[in-house]
Write a protein that binds this ligand. Structure first.
Ligand code: PA5
Length: 486
């Protein structure tokens, strides 16, 4: 399956070069200035020990040996997963994902994806980062034959669900026409999450009413992605859905974006899932082998940890410079919050999108409490041809922007980034820069895997199990009692 057509409309220099895999880079120099060199040196052995533990976790999980209680749950399976999928492990799972996704893509014009938390946020990150910003508003041809994407099951919001049902009813009237056909990808590892389960009942009923409950479409156009056991697995078996994809044991929800959870719908959309996996596999190798200073996972973790421990910066601002990165940031908010927000510890993650949020949160970041480390995520080159500030006749230059005529928006953005970093530096507020050469599937694969590895590493460094989210059970238990009785 080719890459997403919008990406093919890339900037001229991209069209002229074969796809080259360019590494992301992390420049912490502006933050490192605030740290004592002795403290950095003293942390190095502990970081190295944590790195070893992260890989020992991989080996322990693979060994099938009993896992001690202090290590449970152990969800380190995500670390080697991208490389394993690429080399055809798991009975060529990747090829099967791509083949099934291709069939679904050719059969429908709208896909409803049901899921929440780790079964939702990663796909949203991929969709927003890698698809056309107005994907759903394009025609089928303009989308390169990919369906539109609609998220549900990520809340218990009556009017949102009703709105989507209404849209489906209005646009899908005759199932004989492909542009009036829709399908469901339902994603839940446990298979028992109420938000997703309730939405699946609702949308499955609507789908069966549309195609006929016994129709071939009512089976073929529903693709569950779920754990090996659970209620959704049971439903899939009973309904005889032909395509069901696994969420493996040993990979937790928020670490599952590069399993079928994210890959299957991404492939339906035409995203280059192999490039995503290659980016993830490459940064994993870099984390395993590279020395500090040339190792974004190690270096990022070191800076975040020391800024929190020694400077009291326990608010981590992920400052994304571009709208397409917002959902990656929200995905990271969940990853960090659910992984390290335990035992009354854990930094507070907060994603901003700049320059937009310079006009909302910027004041506080410049002059508010000194509790923030800002990590910029910067895309070095836009994917599409430059949008230039037009020149106008002098009598229409009331905005005085002829001074900028001919300059691309990306140059204005670069000035905003440099100006903001300088403004923070002037008042001794630490920043660090993560650079993505461009926003493509390879870079996004690197970015997501880098954050997952850094979160696992920091957990091991702090002695906090990064896997599992026991605190989330409290609300679920209460809700169950309220709904079902004791
Ligand atoms: O990170 C996690 O494990 C959670 O956020 C889960 O992904 C979320 O609760 C959804 O769970 P499930 O996939 O079992 O429906």
């Amino acid at each position: 399956m080719g890459s997403f057509p919008w990406a093919e409309g890339a900037a001229q220099d991209d069209r002229n070069t074969a796809m080259t895999a360019q590494p992301l880079t992390y420049d912490p120099s502006a933050a490192a200035r605030h740290l004592r060199p002795a403290a950095r040196a003293a942390l190095a052995p502990a970081l190295e020990a944590a790195r070893k533990e992260v890989f020992a976790d991989v080996a322990l999980l693979a060994s099938g040996k009993p896992i001690s209680s202090d290590k449970q749950p152990l969800d380190s399976g995500f670390i080697e997963w991208p490389a394993r999928l690429l080399r055809g492990d798991f009975d060529n799972l990747l090829t099967r994902i791509e083949a099934s996704a291709g069939r679904l893509r050719d059969s429908i014009d709208r896909v409803v994806v049901l899921g929440i938390g780790g079964s939702y946020m990663g796909l949203r990150a991929l969709f927003e980062a890698l698809c056309h910003p107005y994907h759903n508003a394009l025609t089928r041809d303009e989308r390169g034959g990919a369906p539109t994407l609609h998220f549900e099951g990520d809340n218990l919001d009556n009017d949102a669900a009703s709105g989507l049902l209404d849209l489906l009813q209005k646009r899908c009237r005759d199932p004989r026409h492909v542009d009036q056909r829709w399908g469901i990808v339902v994603i839940s590892k446990s298979g028992g999450t109420l938000e997703t389960a309730a939405a699946f009942r609702v949308f499955r009923s609507a789908l069966e009413a549309y195609y006929g409950p016994e129709s071939d479409e009512a089976r073929r156009l529903v693709v569950p992605v779920t754990g090996e056991t659970g209620k959704l697995r049971d439903i899939a078996r009973a309904a005889k859905y032909p395509d069901v994809f696994p969420i493996p044991d040993g990979i937790g929800g928020r670490f599952s974006v590069l399993t079928a959870v994210g890959l299957y719908p991404a492939a339906v959309l035409g995203i280059d899932v192999r490039a995503l996996l290659q980016g993830a596999a490459d940064i994993t190798e870099q984390f395993r082998t590279a020395a500090a200073g040339d190792n974004p996972v190690l270096d990022y973790t070191e800076i975040c940890h020391l800024c929190e421990r020694d400077l009291g910066l326990d608010v981590r601002i992920l400052s994304t410079w571009g709208k397409r990165l917002e959902a990656c940031g929200l995905w990271y908010d969940q990853l960090l919050a659910e992984s390290l927000g335990k035992h009354e510890c854990g930094a507070l993650p907060l994603t901003v999108v700049n320059t937009r949020d310079l006009h909302s949160r910027g004041q506080q970041h410049q002059e508010g409490k000194r509790d923030k480390l800002v990590t910029n995520v910067i895309v070095d080159r836009p994917s599409q041809a430059d949008v230039l500030v037009p020149s106008v006749p002098p009598d229409r230059d009331q905005d005085q922007l002829n001074r900028l005529a001919g300059r691309p928006l990306s140059a204005l953005l670069a000035a905003a980034i440099a100006g903001t970093n300088q403004a923070y530096a002037d008042v001794d507020r630490p920043t660090a820069d993560l650079h993505l050469p461009k926003l493509d599937a390879y870079a996004v694969g690197q970015l997501l895997q880098m954050f997952m590895l850094a979160t696992a590493l920091e957990g091991r460094l702090l002695g906090i199990n990064p896997y599992g989210q026991p605190g989330v059970e409290a609300y679920k238990n209460n809700m169950g009692r309220i709904l079902y009785g004791a």
